[in-house]
Design a protein around this ligand. Structure first.
Ligand SMILES: [Zn+2]
Length: 131
């Protein structure tokens, strides 16, 4: 009697376990995802609200402009009239620009559309234009 019982339980356990597990594994993730998706938008909304407050703080851009000697940097024959080193600091990251002014106008080593050009113009543009 005892022998028979042992065999019976072992078999049922063996047969049931693998079948049930594989079915549950595929079913559970999908059933769990649905309520999670509904809950997420609420959490995201709460997060985006303070994020909007931080965006106006974006003008934490600090710009340091140093005037360099164009003749020293570019040689005595240079047509560069103004040479500015613009250090742009955004969120602790600093970017160095070299902004030139010559007869063709202002330009940065990153190109004419570089924001450093605008910074340099604001600081030195008037003086150069009244020349
Ligand atoms: Zn630049």
């Amino acid at each position: 009697m005892a022998k028979v019982k042992r065999v019976a339980t072992k078999r049922t356990v063996r047969n049931v376990k693998p079948a049930k597990r594989s079915v549950k594994k595929t079913l559970r993730p999908t059933s769990k995802k649905k309520p999670a998706k509904k809950a997420k938008p609420v959490a995201v909304r709460k997060r985006t609200a303070p994020a909007k407050k931080t965006t106006p703080l974006k003008p934490a851009i600090k710009v340091d402009i140093k005037e360099l000697d164009p003749i020293r940097k570019c040689g005595p024959g240079t047509s560069v009239q103004v040479l500015l080193k613009v250090v742009e600091r955004v969120d602790g990251k600093s970017t160095n620009h070299l902004v030139f002014f010559d007869k063709y106008g202002w330009y940065c080593d990153h190109g004419r559309n570089c924001p450093a050009v605008a910074h340099a113009r604001r600081q030195r543009g008037r003086r150069v234009n009244t020349r």
